[in-house]
Design a protein around this ligand. Structure first.
Ligand code: MD3
Ligand code: FE
Length: 216
């Protein structure tokens, strides 16, 4: 347990550059957390979380769903963005207004003034779930940043460079943290270490990560 998790961040930590083009906004979404979580649950009720298959034949330990014009899909054929949820056959749920507001204000704060997301990937981690090192490169316009929001249990985030062999930095992301990844960091390799067991006051035994994207 971390005794400092519930304290507000010191002001100098509120806007922390972590690499060229990447900015950590510590606690940026803490105030709006309950409304954001409620919107997450409403999306999940329409488009259930599921463990997707990877093209390599594995089942992801992270459970995923999406909202917005496009959703992220993985199956034995590959990764892609699709306008319909293959599980329900329906269009993905619309982006909740509070998601758009959060993503645009965080991007602007980080120097990406005209970012407008049209997709949000929702990742849910139970204790033990992890995300292997990968790049996000299926989005059409790689000049647009990706905005990520962490809710619930803390996670250790691995962040490298566009060269897979380079060593990675580690950052502990906690509830309410927002990171904006763009410019030279947009194609950096990244991943998440296995989630450590714990209980969060609002989200209980899980971490939920939202990534806001300009996908297509
Ligand atoms: C750095 N999600 O969904 S968010 C993903 O915590 C993904 O669930 C992680 O990686 C998670 O693809 C990490 C942080 C993140 C997202 C996209 C990035 C970092 C990034 C794109 C480029 C560089
Ligand atoms: Fe990613």
């Amino acid at each position: 347990m971390d005794l400092f998790d519930d304290l507000p961040p010191p002001p100098e930590a509120a806007h922390t550059p972590i690499a060229p083009g990447a900015v950590l906004l510590r606690g940026f979404a803490r105030e709006g957390d309950a409304a954001l979580l409620q919107a997450v649950e409403a999306v999940i009720a329409q488009a259930p979380l599921r463990h997707m298959q990877t093209p390599g034949g594995y089942t992801m330990s992270v459970a995923t769903t999406s909202c917005g014009q496009l959703g992220w899909v993985s199956d034995p054929h590959g990764y892609r963005y699709a306008a319909h949820d293959p599980h329900t056959g329906q269009p993905w749920p619309a982006l909740p207004a509070c998601f758009v507001e959060l993503a645009e204000s965080a991007a602007a704060q980080a120097g990406y003034a005209d970012f407008v997301p049209n997709a949000c990937l929702i990742n849910q981690y139970a204790p033990g779930a992890k995300l292997s090192l990968h790049q996000d490169k299926d989005e059409r316009d790689l000049r647009a940043p990706i905005v990520s929001l962490s809710l619930g249990l803390p996670a250790v985030f691995l962040f490298g460079t566009p060269n897979r062999k380079d060593r990675t930095q580690r950052h502990r992301l906690v509830h309410g943290d927002v990171v904006v990844w763009g410019g030279p960091s947009r194609l950096a390799y990244h991943g998440v270490m296995p989630l450590v067991e714990g209980e969060h006051g609002l989200l209980l035994r899980r971490r939920v990560n939202l990534t806001f994207r300009r996908a297509g």
